[in-house]
Design a protein around this ligand. Structure first.
Ligand code: NAD
Length: 402
């Protein structure tokens, strides 16, 4: 079929298999072009929960092509049907696995709800069948809802401020139209529900299940991703519902470290704001990201998900028998160091204030709306150097899917 982007709000309901293939291939090549990461601690089996797009996909790519590990991936993606494309994460996974297997890395995927015990047991079954131990678990899930495996209650996460409404500005990245937004605060129940979905409970549950099943190696490592952000995004992010969930995630790292019998260590990695499926849904963030991209590109320090994860696994961890980490005072690895540098943030703030004060006459050359839109389309395999009039098959299979 001929596949074109169908954009509805902040999502695109179609995905282009060839575009996704090009994206994954390009990311793999970038890792292959570098030297292998010194992996003296022999990280050879990695489980990525949420490894089909964004930061999770980058983690899977660097784990295999940088560290040389076999990977297991758990994700929730839609397979294709005749006449209907798969979700991009499905295509990404299919092409990642094809390439990884060609290069002799183990690569298996479980398509399922990571919050359910059934999916956890399914993953354990696979790992046990391979008779391996997992040395690294990367938890990179971003989800709008979670079904509690014990009570069956459905919790929905929200992206709202706490305590007071917030008036700010945003951009429609498709049209570059700037507008004011007013977001009402979340009631207490929504704060608690967001913590249930995006907090640390499920991360810990994964580790508990894996430990109980005896599939974790001694001294295993587990990482999960968080975000801090500057003053501009505080009201909606760090001091909002999602910020409470991230706080919970950060506390959970200590709980996991203190409560496992395998001498394992859990660490939160604070990443940079980037265009992903998850972040495009966060109010205010698109305009902030458009400005941030422009400033960081001008200063030659812009990074994408792959750059971030490559730098994290290559430079922030010393892979030896006593793995050591470059962390801040709160025991977190800061990959947002460049985003949060004074230099970058003072320029972002200057431009934000300038735009906010007069939306109608805002100077659009201050922002990278084109870069944002191009990255957004790329997530779905569009806007690449491809003939989008060409008839392509939407029916792509993942080699090792369960
Ligand atoms: P993403 O939307 O690209 O990826 C989300 C992943 O979660 C996908 O693999 C998806 O299949 C999986 N997933 C969602 N619901 C699932 C479910 N029920 N069961 C199984 N898998 C499920 O998101 P992302 O932006 O890469 O976010 C990953 C993590 O990084 C999140 O914790 C996010 O908060 C964090 N982070 C993101 C940014 C950013 O700007 N994008 C910045 C810092 C930290």
């Amino acid at each position: 079929m001929v596949i074109k982007p169908k954009i509805k709000g902040f999502i695109c309901t179609t995905a282009h298999p060839k575009g996704c293939l090009m994206n994954v291939e390009a990311q793999i090549k970038r890792v292959q072009l570098q030297s292998k990461i010194d992996n003296h601690s022999k990280i050879n089996n990695v489980l990525v929960v949420g490894g089909s797009t964004g930061y999770g996909l980058a983690s899977r790519i660097v784990s295999s092509f940088g560290l040389g590990a076999n990977t297991y991936n758990v994700c929730l993606e839609r397979p294709p049907k005749e006449g209907r494309t798969a979700s991009p994460g499905w295509y990404n996974t299919a092409f990642f696995e094809k390439k990884a297997i060609e290069c002799s890395f183990g690569a298996q995927t479980i398509i399922g709800d990571c919050f359910s015990d059934e999916t956890k047991n399914e993953a354990i079954k696979l790992i046990k069948k391979d008779k391996v131990k997992i040395n690294m678990v990367i938890y990179s899930v971003a989800s709008p809802k979670r079904v509690d495996p014990e009570s069956g209650t459905i919790y929905k996460s929200s992206l709202k401020p706490i305590g007071r409404s917030v008036e700010s500005v945003t951009i429609n990245p498709n049209t570059a139209e700037l507008s004011k937004v007013n977001i009402d605060p979340a009631p207490q129940e929504e704060i608690e529900n967001t913590i249930k979905v995006m907090g640390g409970e499920d991360w810990k549950r994964w580790i508990d299940f894996l430990e109980k099943a005896n599939v974790l190696s001694d001294g295993f490592l587990t990482f999960s991703y968080s975000y801090m952000g500057p003053e501009i995004t505080q009201s909606i992010y760090r001091q909002g519902t999602i910020g409470q969930a991230k706080l919970d995630l950060e506390k959970t790292a200590q709980l996991i470290t203190d409560n496992n019998q395998k001498n394992g260590k859990a660490i939160v990695v604070v990443n940079k704001a980037l265009v992903t499926h998850a972040s495009s849904a966060i109010p205010i963030l698109p305009l902030y990201v458009c400005i941030l991209y422009k400033v960081m590109k001008e200063k030659n320090c812009h990074e994408d998900c792959l750059d971030q994860i490559d730098r994290f696994l290559r430079n922030k961890v010393k892979w030896n028998l006593e793995n050591s980490f470059e962390m801040d005072d709160n025991q977190m690895i800061r990959m947002d160091d460049l985003e949060m540098s004074k230099d970058v943030q003072s320029e972002v703030k200057r431009r934000w204030d300038n735009i906010e004060k007069d939306l109608e006459n805002a100077d659009l050359s201050l922002i990278d709306q084109e870069g944002y839109l191009s990255d957004f389309l790329k997530l779905f395999g569009f806007g690449m150097d491809l003939d989008y009039e060409e008839d392509v098959s939407e029916m792509v299979e993942i080699q090792k899917v369960f």
